[in-house]
Design a binder for this molecule. Sequence first.
Ligand code: ATR
Length: 279
Amino acid sequence: MTETRPRLACLIGWPAAHSRSPLIHRYWLRTLGIEGGYVIEAVPPDDFRDFVLRLSPRGFVGANVTRPHKERALALSKPDARAKAVGAANTLWFKDGELCSTNTDVEGFVGNLDASAPGWDKAEEALVLGAGGASRAVLFGLLDRGIKRVHLVNRTRERAEALAKQFGDKIHVAAREQVTELLPRAGLLVNTTSLGMHGQPALDVDVGKLPANAVVADLVYVPLETPLLKAARARDLKTADGLGMLLHQAVRGFELWFGKRPQVTGELRALVEADLTTT
Ligand code: ATR
C-alpha cells in the first residue's frame, strides 16, 4: 500500500520550550520538496508514556524528545549503541513497526567537526572539559572515531570518574590544575560545560598553549562566538561551533522520518542565526 498522508514528526517536551528544530526541519521539507510537517507537542511527564506508545495512531512517523523526557524515551524504545552510551534518547522512529531510538548529539558533534575541521580525528589526544550529558555524546564520538587518549576535566571530579569508568581506559580524568600542562598535547579541545554561555563566566583556558594545528570545539551556541572560539580564531586555529552541532544533530532524525539525508547549508545556518539573534 502506498502512503498518501504527509509525514509528520514532532518535538516532545515539557514545558513547551522555544526550539529551533521546527525551523530546521521545515526548511529541509520545503527545500527538498517533501510533503510533511514538524510540530511541537507539550506533553507533561505523566502523559509521556501514553503519548509515545500511541505516536503512530496519533499520525507521527517519529519524534524528537527533549527535557525532561530523554531518559524515559530510552526506556520505552529499542535504543541503539549511541543512545545507550549517552543514557538518553533524543530521536524516535519506527522500524518494521518497532519504536527505535538514538541520540543524535553524537552525530551532531562528529558531523560538525567533519564539516568545519576535516582531519580533526588525526589528533592523538583530546582534552574534554565537562562531564554532563553532552560530554557523554562527545566521548562516544571521539572513541568511535579512534581518538586514542581523552583527558577529561570536570568541576565535580566524581562525575568525570564515572564517565571514565563507563567509557574505559582511553579516558583519563585530570584535575583542573592540570589543564595548563595538558594543552600543548591536545590536538582537539572540546568545551561541553556551560561556561562561555550568555550570562555565565568565560572559560579560563589559555588557547595560546595549544599546538598550532589544534582544533577547538565549543558546544555553547549562545553567543554564537564564545570567548573560547574568539580566542581560538584569533590564533588561526580551526574551530567547530555549537550552532554547527545543533544543525548537524538534526540531519539523522530528518533522514529517518522523511527518507532523505538533508544538507546543512549556509542558507539554513543564516536562517537559524537570524532566529537566535532576534529571540
Ligand atoms: P549538559 O547536558 O549540557 O552536559 P549538564 O549535564 O548539566 O548539562 O552538565 C553541565 C556541565 O557544565 C557539567 O560538566 C558541569 O560541571 P559539574 O558536573 O561540576 O556541575 C559544568 N559546569 C556548569 N557550570 C559550571 C561552572 N560554573 N564551572 C565549571 N563547570 C561548570
